[in-house]
Ligand binder design. Structure first.
Ligand SMILES: [Zn+2]
Length: 182
């Protein structure tokens, strides 16, 4: 049975007391591999197959060991992974890549905008899609950023996560984001 050091202190605060139930597992190269359960994460660390790269600051205790509560793990040895199909840009995957933030105003986004409008030859590819709020999407309409004098805060790129990570994880833990975007 695993408990955290802060269990008692944070007893009144279940939000903070919750140990991360999902851990992002990186290959030794730093590339994201998959999401593992806390149990699997503990086994990987205890058997020396992975080390904790990022923790939420709490410590897991059992009678025989203690380790930082893992948010991101990295394998100690590189495992070869067969080439996986890149994730296509869909509403869900684009919103996930951009953390549901509008690229134009930074507000909550629930639509996808083609930076170079499709009606003006813009393609539906990772480099041309961003998450956008309805308001910005509507304001932008069929115009280019240049015409509007708008700028993108980042260069849109394909995410590094596989179907496994992007699909099974639902909304990614914010602590994972820098590992998930190239
Ligand atoms: Zn917006």
């Amino acid at each position: 049975m695993l408990t955290t050091a802060t269990d008692q202190a944070a007893h009144h605060d279940t939000e903070r007391a919750a140990v991360p139930s999902r851990t992002l597992l990186l290959n030794a190269s730093g590339d994201p591999l998959c999401i593992v359960t806390l149990h699997r994460a503990v086994v990987l660390v205890m058997t020396g197959k992975a080390t904790v790269l990022e923790s939420d600051g709490r410590v897991l205790h059992s009678s025989r060991f203690e380790m930082p509560a893992p948010v991101v793990l990295v394998l100690t040895r590189y495992v070869h992974v067969p080439h996986r199909r890149p994730v296509p840009p869909t509403r869900r995957t684009v919103l996930q890549r951009d953390d549901h933030r509008c690229a134009y105003c930074g507000g909550g986004a629930d639509t996808v905008d083609h930076v170079q409008p499709r009606s003006r030859g813009g393609r539906h590819e990772w480099g041309n899609v961003v998450a956008a709020c309805r308001r910005c999407n509507h304001r932008k309409a069929d115009r280019t950023l240049h015409e509007l004098g708008w700028e993108l805060p980042f260069r849109p790129r394909a995410p590094r996560w596989s179907m496994t990570v992007g699909g099974a994880a639902g909304r990614a833990d914010p602590a994972w984001s820098r590992y998930l975007v190239a």
